[in-house]
Write a protein that binds this ligand. Structure first.
Ligand SMILES: NC(=O)c1ccc[n+]([C@@H]2O[C@H](COP(=O)([O-])OP(=O)(O)OC[C@H]3O[C@@H](n4cnc5c(N)ncnc54)[C@H](OP(=O)(O)O)[C@@H]3O)[C@@H](O)[C@H]2O)c1
Length: 255
């Protein structure tokens, strides 16, 4: 039956950056669909609080500390999650960071930091998780969080735009290399979502109005708006979808 294909009962996975914003919304959706979810974040207090909140609602989550820019810590995360759950069926590379500066002044150290968190982190973590899936014969799902900015370029966000464009191609490349193991790799491309990352833009009345006026659905997304797509991509309901970037933007791209 079709609704059973959306169920994540018996599945286990990781969401990075799960202590806030989109990651928290997605993690809750995956857990509500029946999965056991490792909430991985840099700030242990944040993922711990998110986990207590979700578990209080009867969901099954476990908090883990990770800095996705640290290769050794990523290896520890994968080991610890396998120890806790026994297996990893899905990985959501959601953690991300941004730095804003006009291009001529963009500091090299910020360029390197953003690349490490947004692009190298997903590369290392996906590799570790893919190796686990291959070894255990798990036909898993890896999902990356790209952005509209992968297509539009954005303003004053050179490193961020480069990483989101890079994630799109990493998604396609991983799709081609991992399909033979039955591992699917997709990306979601959120539009404008009400999170800490977009707080400064939402507080700028001119930019806020300019963006809001262009969203056909007439509102910014809440993190929970992304949960349905997350569940779909992690579940058997999307069993023939791989290598795709699916935008979830209230129609912004086509306006
Ligand atoms: N908001 C939007 O409109 C929008 C649009 C398109 C794409 N996105 C993408 O969506 C993802 C989530 O962003 P958000 O909007 O939900 O903002 P957010 O609330 O600021 O979430 C970012 C998350 O990433 C985590 N993180 C940052 N650096 C990390 C690191 N080195 N290691 C581990 N975790 C790290 C943060 O954890 P700590 O707080 O513990 O550092 C935080 O939980 C990002 O990839 C972002 O690029 C957002």
């Amino acid at each position: 039956m079709i609704l059973e294909k959306f169920s994540l009962e018996g599945r286990c996975g990781i969401v990075t950056g799960a202590g806030s914003g989109i990651g928290k919304g997605i993690a809750r959706g995956l857990a509500e669909a029946g999965a056991r979810v490792a909430l991985a974040g840099q700030n242990l207090e944040k993922v711990d609080a998110a986990s207590r909140e979700m578990n209080g609602d009867g969901l099954k989550t476990v908090p883990f500390r990770v800095d996705v820019s640290e290769e050794r810590i990523i290896a520890d995360l994968v080991r610890s999650v396998v120890q806790e759950f026994g297996r990893i069926d899905f990985l959501f590379n959601n953690a991300g960071t941004i730095y804003r500066s006009p291009f001529p002044d963009f500091p090299l150290e910020e360029w390197e930091r953003v690349i490490k968190v947004n692009l190298t982190g997903p590369f290392i973590l996906s590799q570790a998780v893919a190796r686990h899936m291959i070894e255990k014969g798990i036909k898993g799902s890896i999902i990356n969080t790209s952005s509209l900015i992968a297509v539009f370029g954005g303003v004053t966000v050179a490193a961020y735009a480069a990483t989101k464009g890079g994630l799109t191609q990493l998604t396609r490349s991983m799709c081609n290399d991992l399909a033979k193991y039955g591992i699917r790799v997709n990306a979601i491309g959120p539009g404008w979502v009400k999170t800490d990352m977009t707080k400064a833009i939402r507080e700028d009345p001119v930019r806020f109005k300019g963006i809001s006026d262009r969203i056909p659905l007439g509102r910014w997304a809440d993190p929970q708006d992304l949960a349905g797509l997350a569940v779909f991509l992690a579940s058997d309901a999307s069993s023939y979808i791989t290598g795709q970037v699916i935008f979830i933007d209230g129609g912004y791209m086509v306006m």
